[in-house]
Design a protein around this ligand. Structure first.
Ligand code: ADP
Length: 550
């Protein structure tokens, strides 16, 4: 017997329609590329998104075709999020930090019909415009006054002005109703090795993920909040915040290109931001600015940190020095992206500060909708005892089934019951209370005498040293143990620390045999397009490093 409830598909347009009707006056505030601070209400933004839908029709972009963006977090990018997906086209957010060759590759692979870009990326557009196969229009997301000079513009055929395009389009448009499994947006994984692969989200997966992300134990956002995603809209849809704000009626504050500590802090304060989200490297810049200028956060109460492991020292500093609660979260492009978040359970109220910090430092519990397990090399499930570690597998309605255009075949693995799971490529342990701890990415694992050493634990300890700005732990060749940990350290400006001091710093904090065999100092640790340490580059750089223990 079927239930007798309404069948309304879960569509992305319903989010902006809801915000327009129920939070019409609520604001979206953007620091724009032009340098101004711009304010628009959800009501006005919804009307501009409808103009985008009409403009796409005029440009000849058919439903199902891809419209790409190379853009910062601003209201214009958000208008495209709704105008493109809401009208059944597919929004392809391109990471501007990728190499131009990679951008050409993914624009061709996605068969992008139009590319919307912020003027910051005009040099990049000039470099790629003549090389892509399918892009017919290049739309500068600015007004006529800020368009490139005529002699440069002539070099990019099909160049258009976003504000003009919107002016010429009507705001009368009825959002179409279609199957909720229709594709809505496309993101490519950063692909540290090989070509990037496309992850194609649906309306259904996006709306379900947004609901789960808004829950109290995840981002926990409501209409009285002001939320600022530092995480870019070109990095897994800003972890869903661009959908979550209209869903909850929260004020949305968008930092544009201003991702330095000073610019971010200014926005946090003037817009009375209560919740934010970003990768650890960005928070380092913000904390350095706040510390150096002896500032405080007057409204910030929560910051979600993920994308790579958040060092416990950072969680502690946020809590003890600034009264900001850190939600450590884990996920990946293939998971829309959120899988787990480290929120307390009732019994943790009795823990002391150190005990609570230990819970907050894990990657967290699975949020509803995501199931996870750890397995041994033979696929057998491992116990949740906080000790056994193995490959982390996940399944759920916002987790990838196959990559775009079937690339790489079926990535999933089947278990004994025939259920199919997605292997995350991460290695983890899970505590009896269900908190997951990432010990490594499988390709970064250090295998010493056949036993795994968790490089993230070793990095977290180094990061707690006052002179260390950033630390990466990689495998170095050892004649007896095969691999041993080598710590690569970037010092804080003006601070000193020696190899021996750092090695001594591990004493009592970790099993003795896990202690790094050597420390090397570098001026900078290479970061990838999403702000993560590129350990493969470091392994290459130090592949001939001779350990003193060898
Ligand atoms: P890419 O895989 O292209 O670098 P993603 O943003 O999808 O881009 O990265 C997902 C990976 O980032 C995860 O598989 C995991 O290794 C790492 N990661 C994400 N969040 C955390 C976290 N909180 N702690 C440790 N690692 C994390």
């Amino acid at each position: 017997m079927l239930g007798q409830m309404m069948q309304l598909p879960l569509l992305i347009s319903s989010l902006i329609v809801h915000a327009e009707r129920h939070h019409g006056e609520q604001l979206v505030v953007s620091r724009r590329v032009e340098g101004d601070i711009h304010r628009i209400s959800y009501r006005e933004l919804a009307a501009r998104a409808r103009r985008v839908a009409n403009a796409l029709q005029t440009l000849g972009v058919a439903p199902g075709q891809r419209a790409a963006t190379l853009a910062w977090n601003t209201h214009r990018h958000m208008e495209l999020y709704y105008g493109v997906s809401g009208s059944a086209r597919v929004l392809h957010t391109v990471n501007p930090r990728l190499h131009p060759d990679q951008i050409v590759y993914i624009a061709d692979h996605a068969e992008d019909q139009v590319m919307f870009f912020d003027m910051t990326f005009w040099p990049l557009i000039q470099a790629v415009a003549g090389r892509t196969k399918t892009v017919k229009h290049w739309v500068a997301m600015t007004s006529r006054a800020h368009m490139p000079p005529a002699e440069q513009a002539a070099k990019v055929p099909g160049l258009l002005c976003y504000e003009e395009l919107l002016e010429q389009a009507s705001d009368a448009y009825a959002w179409p109703v279609f199957d909720e499994n229709t594709a809505s947006s496309l993101c490519y994984t950063s692909g540290t090795t090989g070509n990037p692969k496309g992850v194609l989200y649906s309306h259904r997966s996006t709306v379900l993920h947004t609901m789960a992300a808004a829950l109290p134990d995840c981002l926990g956002c409501g209409a009285a909040d002001a939320i600022l995603p530092v995480v870019p809209m070109f990095h897994v849809n800003s972890w869903g915040i661009v959908y979550l704000a209209p869903m909850t009626g929260a004020k949305l504050v968008l930092p544009g290109p201003g991702l330095d500590g000073k610019s971010l802090y200014e926005l946090f304060e003037t817009e009375r931001v209560t919740i934010s989200a970003g990768v650890p490297t960005v928070w380092q810049g913000l904390l350095a600015h706040v510390e150096a200028n002896q500032l405080k956060f007057s409204t910030m109460r929560k910051s979600a940190i993920g994308g790579s492991a958040c060092p416990p020292a950072m969680i502690r500093k946020f809590r003890d020095a600034y009264g900001v609660h850190v939600i450590h979260a884990w996920g990946m492009t293939e998971m829309s992206p959120i899988g787990t978040a480290a929120a307390f359970k009732g019994q943790h109220a009795e823990l002391d500060d150190e005990g609570r910090l230990a819970v907050m430092s894990t990657q967290g519990r699975a949020i509803y909708g995501v199931d996870m397990k750890i397995v041994a090399e033979d696929g057998a499930e491992l116990p949740w005892d906080g000790v056994a570690s193995g490959d982390l597998l996940v399944r759920g309605p916002w987790i990838i089934d196959t990559y775009f255009k079937g690339e790489g075949g079926d990535p999933k693995v089947a278990d004994a019951d025939g259920n199919r799971w997605f292997p995350t490529g991460d290695v983890a342990r899970i505590t009896p209370e269900g908190y997951m701890v990432i010990t490594d990415r499988s390709k970064d694992v250090i295998k010493s005498g056949g036993e795994w050493i968790g490089s993230i634990d070793l990095e977290n300890i180094a990061m707690a040293h006052p002179a260390v700005a950033m630390a990466a732990c990689i495998a170095a060749h050892h004649p007896k143990w095969d691999e041993r940990p080598l710590l690569v350290v970037m010092k804080k400006p003006g601070m000193e620390v020696t190899r021996d001091e750092l090695i001594a710093f591990y004493e009592g904090k970790i099993a003795k045999w896990w202690t790094p065999d050597d420390v090397v100092f570098v001026d900078a640790i290479p970061l990838g397009a999403t702000g993560k340490m590129q350990k493969n580059k470091l392994r290459e750089q130090f592949k001939a490093h001779k350990l003193p223990t060898a």
